[in-house]
Design a protein around this ligand. Structure first.
Ligand SMILES: NC(=O)c1ccc[n+]([C@@H]2O[C@H](COP(=O)([O-])OP(=O)(O)OC[C@H]3O[C@@H](n4cnc5c(N)ncnc54)[C@H](O)[C@@H]3O)[C@@H](O)[C@H]2O)c1
Ligand SMILES: O=C(O)C(=O)C[C@@H](O)[C@H](O)[C@H](O)COP(=O)(O)O
Ligand SMILES: [Zn+2]
Length: 359
């Protein structure tokens, strides 16, 4: 078992990484869940595998226990689903002392976090992430929210969980495509923050694709350290946290323009290739590094290009990005491998060139 501490301005909490659910009960007691009202929210895929288990663990420590199963998928990450969660919370007479538990991937985690942030102006929530992507990224740092009219995460708030409990064995039931999607965010962590980590990912691609549990646990631990370090420095994304958005400006535009038929991690992979090419155009990485990045992304069966879209269509979408300030685009670019910077001075022509590179 491994423990990482997240220390943000609004809350301090632990990330527990374990290969089972054995220490979940004690960790729930430690954060104050005993005898409280608890509602577990999970989706209709995850419920089949892990809901009974988590409910059994909770039933020993509280009798005020309920659950709700929501439909899976990005297409359901919206205010309609949030309404059904609020209705459940009212039905169960939940209050500011109660706990919501997000059992599932990033879609469940983002929505449960948002419901918790807004119900009675905020109650407690706990993340039990079950996808690789949510274990390395979305469960940490308190970015919560939903899509609105197709705009990605456009409604949301910062609201930190009380605990992130990662049971790595839940990955055994995760479809391969979803494992690859998680690799998109993991590669991002290496590219923006740690060259050695990027090299480790490249070297171990075969073992990772075979779901070698030791290597996967290493990845989860190292990514959690990188992400918690960044959000502990900058909870509300005033500075360095924006670097976690590497690949996301174009990634989110592609996600929306493809009506959420591509996975988030896949769109981030495409967005990272475009941002890496832009970094190359500005002489911040060389051709070998660019090719290395593409090779690494492809080694996990992630896409590096798309078709059927016009460059201008993608370009116009970029201005809905949350890093845009007063209509000026802020873009994350690499400065070598393992470091990056936020730029707001890139001409349209260069950005269009970088978009054409992925078409
Ligand atoms: N808040 C953040 O900081 C942050 C960071 C990264 C991504 N995100 C968001 O996270 C979302 C993507 O998360 P995701 O990739 O986890 O997607 P997801 O929640 O849709 O899960 C992917 C699929 O896997 C299924 N699933 C989950 N766990 C499973 C398991 N153990 N076994 C079998 N099936 C399982 C789900 O039902 C779903 O169909 C996006 O909405 C993205 O915007 C948020
Ligand atoms: O935690 C962060 O900060 C991130 O940017 C992590 C991203 O991987 C994640 O997809 C996030 O939800 C994107 O944030 P957004 O504010 O651009 O929607
Ligand atoms: Zn992301």
């Amino acid at each position: 078992m491994k423990l990482i501490k997240v220390n943000t301005t609004s809350n301090d909490y632990n990330i527990v990484i374990s290969s089972n659910f054995e220490s979940l009960q004690q960790n729930l007691i430690d954060v104050g869940v005993e005898n409280k009202k608890v509602c577990v929210i999970t989706d209709d895929n995850v419920s089949k595998y892990y809901l009974d288990n988590v409910i059994n663990i909770l039933s020993d420590i509280t009798s005020k226990l309920s659950y709700k199963v929501i439909p899976h998928g990005e297409i359901n990450k919206n205010l309609g689903t949030i309404n059904t969660i609020y209705q459940k919370m009212i039905e169960e007479k939940m209050d500011r002392d109660s706990y919501l538990i997000a059992l599932g991937g990033g879609v469940t985690g983002d929505m449960v976090g948002f419901a918790s942030a807004t119900f009675m102006r905020g109650n407690n929530f706990i993340q039990i992430p079950t996808t690789l992507l949510s274990q390395v990224d979305s469960s940490i740092g308190g970015k919560t929210g939903v899509d609105f009219e197709g705009y990605k995460n456009i409604i949301g708030s910062f609201h930190q969980p009380e605990l992130v409990y990662i049971n790595t064995s839940t990955l055994s039931t995760l479809p391969k495509k979803e494992v690859s999607a998680g690799m998109g965010e993991i590669i991002k962590h290496g590219l923006i923050a740690d060259k050695d980590y990027f090299d480790f990912i490249k070297t171990n691609s075969t073992l990772i694709n075979q779901l070698d549990s030791d290597v996967l646990e290493d990845l989860i631990y190292r990514s959690c350290v990188i992400k918690s370090d960044i959000v502990s420095q900058d909870e509300k994304e005033k500075g360095i946290r924006a670097t976690l958005n590497f690949g996301h400006t174009i990634g989110h535009a592609v996600e929306r323009l493809f009506d959420f038929k591509l996975l988030h991690g896949e769109c981030v992979a495409i967005g990272m290739v475009s941002a890496a090419y832009l970094s190359f155009l500005l002489n911040q990485i060389d051709n070998k590094q660019l090719e290395d990045i593409k090779k690494c992304i492809r080694s996990f069966d992630l896409p590096t290009e798309i078709n059927t879209l016009e460059p201008e269509t993608i370009y116009n979408e970029l201005f809905h990005d949350k890093k845009t300030k007063n209509d000026i685009l802020n873009i994350i670019l690499l400065k070598g491998i393992g470091t990056c910077e936020i730029r707001n001075d890139i001409e349209k022509e260069r950005i269009i060139e970088a978009i054409k590179y992925i078409l």
